[in-house]
Design a protein around this ligand. Structure first.
Ligand code: ADP
Ligand code: ADP
Length: 229
């Protein structure tokens, strides 16, 4: 059974005065456990829309998303999301941001702290517990966003152009960091990008979207040995 099964998922937006935008044509797509899949396509082809539907932040117009055989109906702790623009709470410190979901779930303080320390170390943020997001560089803010997503122990990580706003050098560091996490934590990853090099470098499978309205045009197993294997 596939970890994630996208079945005939499409999306039409009603944009007022009887106008409609077809953001996504029906997509059928299966992702297996521990796969690192990139979704590649030009801007506006519906990549974010698909990811948001998988995250449960938006509903499909047709079709459904199944996660371990259960239909997705809204957001859940089984999916961790990281966006391009840093969506940290600006009034909370790094540690408070990372602990946010754990606290919401009612986890005991000591356990929250332990988990937070573990993931801060994992993303290279040790020592930045009490910093606020605006005191950090873009790369460090994305490290925080990744640590926050991982702290909730999701089964699937959903990343929407997470490194798109970073300079080249920082982007390469962050790509390496994410690949290391993927390898050691064995997460299933769905990673959206419009950058061909990034799509091929990161993934063991690349789904290529056609230009809008999006539909998967080809689905390629990257048969070059993965740089880490
Ligand atoms: P991508 O992530 O590939 O850049 P998006 O999923 O963001 O593409 O958008 C796909 C299409 O749907 C675009 O034409 C975009 O303008 C449109 N779209 C996305 N979100 C909305 C919305 N909330 N309302 C209306 N149109 C939208
Ligand atoms: P990266 O996030 O990929 O490590 P950055 O350019 O974001 O790259 O940061 C490089 C290094 O600079 C960090 O590892 C950190 O040690 C230091 N640094 C960045 N921002 C701050 C800050 N606000 N306060 C102290 N040190 C910082």
């Amino acid at each position: 059974m596939s970890a994630l099964s996208i079945q005939g998922v499409s999306r039409i937006f009603e944009t007022g005065q009887g106008q409609r935008t077809q953001a996504l044509l029906p997509v059928d797509f299966n992702v297996h456990d521990n796969d690192f899949v990139t979704i590649l396509g030009p801007s506006g082809c519906g990549k974010s829309t698909l990811l948001r539907i998988v995250a449960g932040l938006e509903r499909p117009s047709t079709g459904r998303v199944m996660l371990d055989g259960q239909p997705v109906d809204g957001p859940g702790a089984d999916r961790g999301m990281v966006f391009q623009s840093y969506t940290l709470f600006p009034w909370l410190t790094v540690a408070q941001n990372i602990r946010f979901g754990l606290r919401e779930r009612g986890m005991a303080e000591a356990a929250q702290k332990e988990r937070c320390d573990y993931f801060m170390a994992k993303v290279g943020l040790r020592g930045f517990e009490h910093h606020f997001p605006k005191q950090l560089s873009g790369g460090m803010q994305q490290r925080t966003a990744i640590a926050r997503a991982l702290a909730n122990d999701p089964k699937i990580l959903l990343l929407d152009e997470p490194f798109g706003a970073l300079d080249n050098q920082t982007r390469v560091l962050m790509q390496e960091l994410l690949l290391g996490i993927w390898e050691s934590a064995r997460k299933t990853v769905l990673f959206v990008t419009h950058d061909i090099d990034e799509a091929i470098f990161m993934a063991n499978r690349v789904a290529v979207f056609s230009a809008r309205p999006g539909r998967i045009k080809s689905d390629i197993a990257v048969n070059l040995p993965h740089p880490r294997h």
